[in-house]
Write a protein that binds this ligand. Structure first.
Ligand SMILES: Nc1ncnc2c1ncn2[C@@H]1O[C@H](COP(=O)(O)OP(=O)(O)OP(=O)(O)O)[C@@H](O)[C@H]1O
Ligand SMILES: [Mg+2]
Length: 282
């Protein structure tokens, strides 16, 4: 509202009042404000998406670089190791009969050679990059095979397995690699529950993927190591048994099969590892 003096023959004859309807202006202002808020929210969302994508790319690049390095080392080590293995075999035969002490040392050497061979095989698995061998696979049946394999081992450690499996579609994957993925995740869960516990395995279809979850009631994964668990050679196992390659192999195998893997872990609770595998389309 605005007041204006009205003059007549140089004298103020009265006051005029100008009223302006500003509703439309306020409405326009409010709409601009809410659009700018929407825009800000969208920008925040896309920033988060970019950050997530970036960290995935960094991980993928790190994995690829580590894969090449690992394959190189593994190939270089395989030959000398097999020479050592053969020489040990001949030495044992040449020196027979062996004293108890010597026999013990030979056994130790053989066990360590086997352990090194296992590490080398794991390294080669981790660095595989072919996408071959993907067929129509009944993933639920695959899981049953693995569970049958580890059933006794889990029972001995007081680990109860529960399954909540919906009817899942066949997947387009390499069966051997996915078996290894399941085995590694189950063995990790076992390691995380030294005094027993529960392992829950869930599965359902989601869009074009089959989702399989492994949820354990073990020690959990603390925030400070969340970024490291997929790194090759990262291990927290105290017994010197872990190579730290388990989850790296899982990660690269899932990626090779055009799947995805992630996990969530709340403090003082075991993690949930979630795998998404592509459905088979004939
Ligand atoms: N289910 C789990 N609960 C708690 N911690 C886990 C779990 N799975 C993995 N981790 C942590 O991640 C680390 C890396 O796992 P990864 O499978 O790569 O290696 P590892 O189990 O230590 O050795 P390997 O697989 O060669 O036997 C483990 O040492 C453990 O600390
Ligand atoms: Mg492991």
């Amino acid at each position: 509202m605005r007041l204006v003096p009205l003059s007549q023959a140089g004298r103020i004859a009265g006051m005029g009042c100008i009223l302006r309807d500003t509703t439309h202006r306020e409405r326009a202002f409010q709409s601009i404000q809410s659009s700018s808020q929407d825009l800000r929210k969208q920008m925040e969302l896309s920033n988060a998406q970019i950050n997530e994508l970036q960290s995935k790319l960094i991980l993928a690049e790190k994995m690829a670089a580590m894969g090449q390095l690992a394959a190189g080392i593994a190939h270089e080590l395989r030959n000398p190791l097999s020479v050592i293995s053969t020489s040990i075999y001949f030495l044992q035969r040449t020196l027979a009969p062996l004293s108890a002490k010597s026999a013990e040392h030979f056994q130790l050497i053989e066990a360590e050679i086997q352990r090194s061979q296992k590490i080398i095989n794991n390294l080669l698995d981790f660095s595989k990059n072919s996408e071959q061998g993907r067929t129509r696979v009944d993933v639920a049946a695959l899981l049953e095979q693995i569970l049958a394999l580890v059933k006794k081992e889990l029972a001995v450690h007081d680990i109860l397995v529960r399954k909540e499996m919906e009817e899942i579609a066949p997947c387009h994957v390499n069966a051997d690699e996915i078996k290894q993925v399941f085995l590694n995740l189950i063995l990790n869960a076992k390691e995380a529950m030294p005094y027993g516990g529960r392992l829950l395995i869930r599965a359902h279809n989601e869009k074009n993927t089959v989702v399989i979850e492994f949820c354990d009631s073990g020690v959990g994964i603390p925030d400070e190591i969340k970024d490291k668990v997929f790194d090759p050679f990262f291990t927290r196992r105290q017994d010197g048994q872990g190579t730290g390659l388990g989850l790296s192999i899982v990660h690269s195998a899932v990626q090779r099969n055009q799947g995805r893997i992630d996990f969530t872990s709340t403090p003082n609770r075991g993690p949930t590892f979630r795998i998404r595998l592509p459905m088979f389309h004939p």
